[in-house]
Design a protein around this ligand. Sequence first.
Ligand code: AMP
Ligand code: GLY
Length: 420
Amino acid sequence: MNILVLGGGGREHALAWAIKQNPKCDRLIVAPGNAGIAAIAECASLNAEDGALVVTFCEENAIDFVVIGPEAPLAAGVADALRAAGIACFGPSAAAARLEASKSFTKEVCDAAGAPTAGYAHFTDLAAARAYVQAQGLPIVIKADGLAAGKGVIIPATMDEALAALDDMFGGAFGAAGAEVVIEEFMEGEEASFFVLVDGETCLPIGTAQDHKRVGEGDTGPNTGGMGAYSPAPVLTDAIAQQALDEIVRPCMVEMARRGTPYQGVLYAGLMIKDGRARLVEYNVRFGDPECQVLMLRLGAQALDLLLACAEGRLTEARVNWADDHAMTVVMAAQGYPGAYQKGTEIKGLDALPEDSFNMVFHAGTRDEHGAVLANGGRVLNVTARGATLAEAHARAYAMVDAIDWPGGFCRRDIGWRAL
Ligand code: AMP
Ligand code: GLY
């Protein structure tokens, strides 16, 4: 079958890598792709957020199955356009993608489903929001309602900072995303991510992971898109995963179907775990990046069978074959990230690294220039390894990091410290 993957980061490199190993895959195109993806698939330039263009591209290239990586095409209705054109597609409709695109919508769904999550209030008016925060006091969490590229959540250290955040959000700092604000109870605990495939009715867990959001060692410094991840997440025990499935994910999916907007795709539940129980922090309607990289290295070729079963409503008959293994990914980023950073620095030493089912360097922001690999973004490489233990995966990943010659880049040396 001919398969199109939309996206061009480390997540899509990992998806393409797993898909490519499955004998069902004949032709693989990734749009836009990157320098790493170009080594295993055809890369095409295509506006992935324009459903009509994506449908035309699929018709011209006889595409049988589309896998949508990032949230923006989902929120823009690309999955709807594909399904309306009769093209099989992995990813939720725009209506179901509101679980990521609107935090107040998610809270409403949780309320209706009885799913445990932080207490909250929803505001469209600055004065009311300020009064509420002053009455509640700290700690508190302030969220722009819409998609804000991961930057719309503020956990203020002082009341002045809280009020300034509200002024910014209502003042347009996040554009339309900040015109509505959700204010939440601060939840204590340890965070972990739970990935579940959903075909409208059936929910099939496909793995757990933890990531490191802060740029600095010991989880300090500014927030980033993620500096590393590992799977499985030891804090998310089988019992807690079952509770999260029974009390959070499944009731919310039943509620989505009841509303006439059934969910189809991967649901990424961000959980807060305390005293042996999980509460929902947020949903994302896509794989995490870099969490996808560790999940794909563990799943390998069966990932395509699972994504197809999900898209075709056959999850009741699907099984995940888990090896009893661990994977870790270390993000290498351009010096300066998440602040200002340089593009175009050269990365050497990649050709000498092993590429097999235990060791893979997934490319996030890279481009090829006359055979040289150049950094082309903030998060640039995802150095990913698998082993019988997390310590083994850690040793393999850092051995690869140490063999990469890239003075323009850096990484955290302590990925996985909590679990190790
Ligand atoms: P979100 O975009 O909703 O995942 O929020 C980003 C990060 O903010 C989460 O990964 C948490 O670390 C933190 N966070 C969000 N909501 C809460 C909450 N209610 N209590 C504590 N931390 C939170
Ligand atoms: N790694 C966090 C995310 O993909 O949202």
